[in-house]
Ligand binder design. Sequence first.
Ligand code: ZN
Length: 442
Amino acid sequence: MTVPTTLTLRHHEGLLARSRKRHEELILQLLYQHGSLSRGELMAMSRMSRTTLYDIVVSLVDEGTVTVSVPEVARRKRGRPVERLALNPEAGRVIGIEFAQRAVRVATANVAHEVIGTASEQHDPGMPWKERVETAYRLVESVVGEPPRPNAVSAIGVGVGVAGAAVTPGTSDVAGAARSDPSGHGPVSALVRQRFGAAVQLDDSIRLAALAESLWGAASGASDVLYLQLSHSISGGLVVGGALHRGGYGAADGFGHITVDPTGAACGCGDVGCLETVASAGAVLAAYRAAGGVAEGLPDLVAALDAGDLTARAVLARAGTWIGRVLVTLFSTIDPRAIVIGGELADMGSAVLGPIARELNLGGMPGVRVQRSLRPARLGEMSAALGALALLRTGTAGTPLLGPPVGPGGIAVPDSALATPRPRPRALAPVSTHRGRARALS
Ligand SMILES: [Zn+2]
């Protein structure tokens, strides 16, 4: 059987177009991750032939996606100055989304890494995934001021954080995303890809909070960071050498399941006496009630603490002590430059953080190092959505971040984009939208 010539040609043209699109995407991703590059640097990183690279750059410059400039220093040198290529900041918006259990949160930035704004909306925990993705789309639209259109920047993609997602290192999707979909509406990433018309990178939301805090939060500028989130569960994330550490099986975050009391209570993980059984929000509330306190939830415990209730103070100090002891071990094995503590319990301030610091000091850690390293989280409830933005810059392969977010090319977050640090846990407003011009943090 002979294949008609026109069909063969069309097939060939289709392959060429796909190959060109892949090349274009690679160039855009490299420019996004590195800020600005020369053609020579791009050629070395992309391993494209000179002809292919130059050809694609010309078309990207013509369509306004990529800009060309000559740095002043290069202009003063003899010979032909080396041009720098960069993404046009107005070429499009990149998007970070966190799908929490009861809320959707989004953060958007331009391709110059300036955060444009953030928004969030609470929902019923049983809301189907399709509707959550639609909510994210609507929130992005409210921040950007227009529907998020697929454009050149869709090559860089949408970063997504989902609770409990386990990323297989080196891939751009997760098994956990399908598992975390109790409503059976298909993997989250597929729904997001479909709705936003862009590539999707997905990771665990608490791990993304760790990335965000290390990039422009409490540990800004530190490349080795241990982030611990004290909430209804205890989890965390590790940033090592400027990149997220996921572990060999994508599960390097089980800090809440470190055994602290081998004779202790049964834990949901099947083990006994995990940190979570003594220091999670639920464990603290149970201990408070067992000691005669009356509290329906954390806000009541906060109120009791504020009213000078010694029992409330004692149960929080006990939880802080357990956490501190675990941190002593982690501190001496991981040696982070910064330990960032987030979550509702951390929001209770010195009542929890004080005992943690005390244990670290007692554990033989040099006092100055501990004082410098222990920091309350700064980015509040938007940390995972911002981390999803940061993920786009590092990729799931874990390219290290390129240094602290200062100066041109660094990531800047306007204060207005950050939910105010939560001094006390309280109900969130149903919808909150923050918009503001990006400016560098000092
Ligand atoms: Zn456990």
